[in-house]
Design a binder for this molecule. Structure first.
Ligand SMILES: [Cu+2]
Length: 158
């Protein structure tokens, strides 16, 4: 009798744990259809998006024409390119957002950053609820699943 209940609980816990990681992480192609290029307003592209830890940025461009460097705030402002070995150059570079906070990216080719605006700054939010519309639904989902797990656990005990 108890085995069936225990299976339900195990299933519910699995769903609660696995679903947020598989369905909520978002992959963003930087610049959308324009990709990673010159003379594109990346701040305008980023301004209506909510970036969370676990999301991915994909920088798409013709290999050799551009590249991608993760930099700090001052190098972003001055378009200072770091050591070339730290650059991403595949033409389809996937960056997983590992930690909350501001992240800065520039192109290191020619004066693409300095003169042609090829630079992106985003603010990555953690999993904790923040006063943003998107996070409310994520938080609500996790709360809902927690309640389901607790209720099923109680049913299983009795
Ligand atoms: Cu470039």
């Amino acid at each position: 009798m108890a085995t069936f209940s225990h299976m339900v609980v195990a299933l519910a816990i699995s769903v609660a744990v696995l679903l947020p990681t598989t369905t909520i992480a978002t992959e963003y192609v930087v610049g959308g259809d324009s990709g990673w290029t010159t003379n594109f307003d990346y701040q305008n592209w980023a301004k209506d998006k909510q970036f969370y830890v676990g999301d991915k940025l994909v920088f798409k461009y013709q290999q050799g024409k551009h590249d991608v460097y993760k930099v700090n705030a001052s190098d972003f402002a001055s378009c200072t390119v770091p050591d070339p070995s730290s650059g991403l150059k595949s033409g389809s570079d996937v960056v997983t957002l590992m930690a909350p906070g501001k992240k800065w990216y520039i192109c290191g080719v020619g004066r693409h950053c300095a003169d042609l605006n090829q630079k992106l700054v985003i603010n990555v939010q953690g999993w904790a609820p923040a006063p943003a519309p998107n996070s409310a639904t994520k938080y609500g989902y996790q709360t809902f699943m927690a309640i389901v797990v607790v209720v099923l656990s109680i049913i299983a005990i009795y």
